[in-house]
Design a protein around this ligand. Structure first.
Ligand SMILES: Nc1ncnc2c1ncn2[C@@H]1O[C@H](COP(=O)(O)OP(=O)(O)OP(=O)(O)O)[C@@H](O)[C@H]1O
Ligand SMILES: [Mg+2]
Length: 266
C-alpha cells in the first residue's frame, strides 16, 4: 500500500477565482468534509488536484455512477488461488493512508451507497467494513471531498439532507472574463486575443442556458477549442467541433451557436 503513487508531484496549474484556496485550507485543517458545487468543466477537479498538491496529501479520485455499489467504494472479498482475500476499495484505502478522497458526481450513486460515508464524515471518522468485520479508524490526515452539479439533480436523485449537512460547501462557476481568458490561453497555448474571442462566444452560449441549452459551454470546451487552434486548425472548424456539436443536436440551436462563432471568427 504505497502512498507515493497517489501523491501529486508537479504543481497543477490552478488560477484562483476568489478566496477558495484559503477557505479550503482552513476546512482541511479542521478535517471538514467538503462539497464542491458547480457546472461541468468549471475547474472543480483541477482545484482538488491543486489543493492536494498544496497540502502535500495523496489524492484518490472515484468517478461515481448509478451502478456503483457500496462494495465498489469500501472493498470486497476476491477469490484467488488460496481462497478468498479482502481487497480494500478506494474509500477504505484513502481512510487508511490519510489521503484526500474525491468522490466525483456522488449524486449519481444510489442512496444506499452514499450512506457508507456517514460515519466517516462526522465525529466518528470511522468506516465499518461489515463483510470483513473490521472497523477502520480514519487516518488523522484523511479528508472526504465530493462534487455535485446542481443543475442535473432530479428530486429523486438529490442527496439526502442528512448527507448534505455533513459537508462544508463551495460554489464554483465559470471564471469571470479576464480569468477565464488567462486560463484558456495558458491551457491551450493560443494567444490572449484568440482566447478572449473563445470566452466571448461562450458568454453568448451561456445566455442560452434554459432557453434551448441544458448547459452552457464549459471552460473545458474552450480549452479544447484553443488546443485545436494551436494545432493549426482553422478557428471556425475548431469551434464547431468543440463548442457547437458536443452541446446540442437541435439544428436551430446549432445555427444560433454557429452564428456566435462567426461573429468572432468571421
Ligand atoms: N481555475 C482554473 N484554473 C486552471 N484551469 C482551469 C480552471 N478552471 C477550469 N480550468 C480548465 O478547465 C478544465 C476542466 O476543469 P475540471 O476538469 O476541473 O472541471 P470539473 O468542474 O471537474 O468538471 P466535471 O464536473 O465535468 O468533472 C481543466 O482541465 C482546466 O484546463
Ligand atoms: Mg471533475
Amino acid at each position: 500500500m504505497s502512498i507515493d503513487q497517489y501523491k501529486i508531484s508537479n504543481e497543477p496549474y490552478y488560477q484562483p477565482v476568489s478566496n477558495e484556496i484559503d477557505l479550503y485550507e482552513a476546512a482541511y485543517q479542521a478535517r471538514m468534509p467538503m462539497m464542491l458545487k458547480g457546472p461541468t468543466g468549471c475547474g472543480k477537479s483541477r482545484f482538488v488536484e491543486y489543493m492536494a498538491w498544496k497540502l502535500g496529501r495523496p489524492l484518490i479520485t472515484v468517478a461515481c455512477n448509478e451502478d456503483m455499489t457500496a462494495s465498489d467504494l469500501v472493498g470486497r472479498f476476491l477469490l484467488d488461488v488460496d481462497g478468498t482475500k479482502w481487497q480494500d476499495g478506494p474509500l477504505t484505502r484513502a481512510a487508511r493512508i490519510g489521503a484526500i478522497c474525491y468522490l466525483d458526481e456522488v449524486v449519481e450513486a444510489r442512496q444506499d451507497t452514499t450512506v457508507v460515508i456517514h460515519p466517516l464524515t462526522d465525529h466518528r471518522r470511522q468506516l465499518p467494513l461489515d463483510k470483513k468485520g473490521e472497523m477502520v479508524e480514519a487516518h488523522a490526515d484523511f479528508q472526504l471531498v465530493i462534487s455535485y452539479n446542481p443543475g442535473y439533480q432530479s428530486l429523486m436523485k438529490d442527496l439526502k439532507q442528512s448527507t448534505k449537512q455533513r459537508f462544508g460547501a463551495l460554489d464554483f462557476d465559470y471564471p469571470e472574463e479576464q480569468t477565464e481568458t488567462e486560463i484558456v490561453a495558458r491551457e491551450s497555448g493560443v494567444d490572449p486575443e484568440t482566447a478572449g474571442k473563445l470566452v466571448q462566444i461562450a458568454h453568448r452560449a451561456r445566455n442560452l442556458k434554459g432557453h434551448g441549452l441544458d448547459e452552457g459551454i464549459s471552460t473545458r470546451l474552450l480549452v479544447y477549442a484553443g488546443q485545436l487552434i494551436s494545432k493549426g486548425i482553422e478557428p471556425v472548424a475548431a469551434c464547431t467541433m468543440t463548442m457547437v456539436v458536443p452541446l446540442t443536436d437541435d439544428p436551430d440551436m446549432r445555427d444560433t451557436l454557429n452564428a456566435a462563432v462567426h461573429t468572432f471568427f468571421g
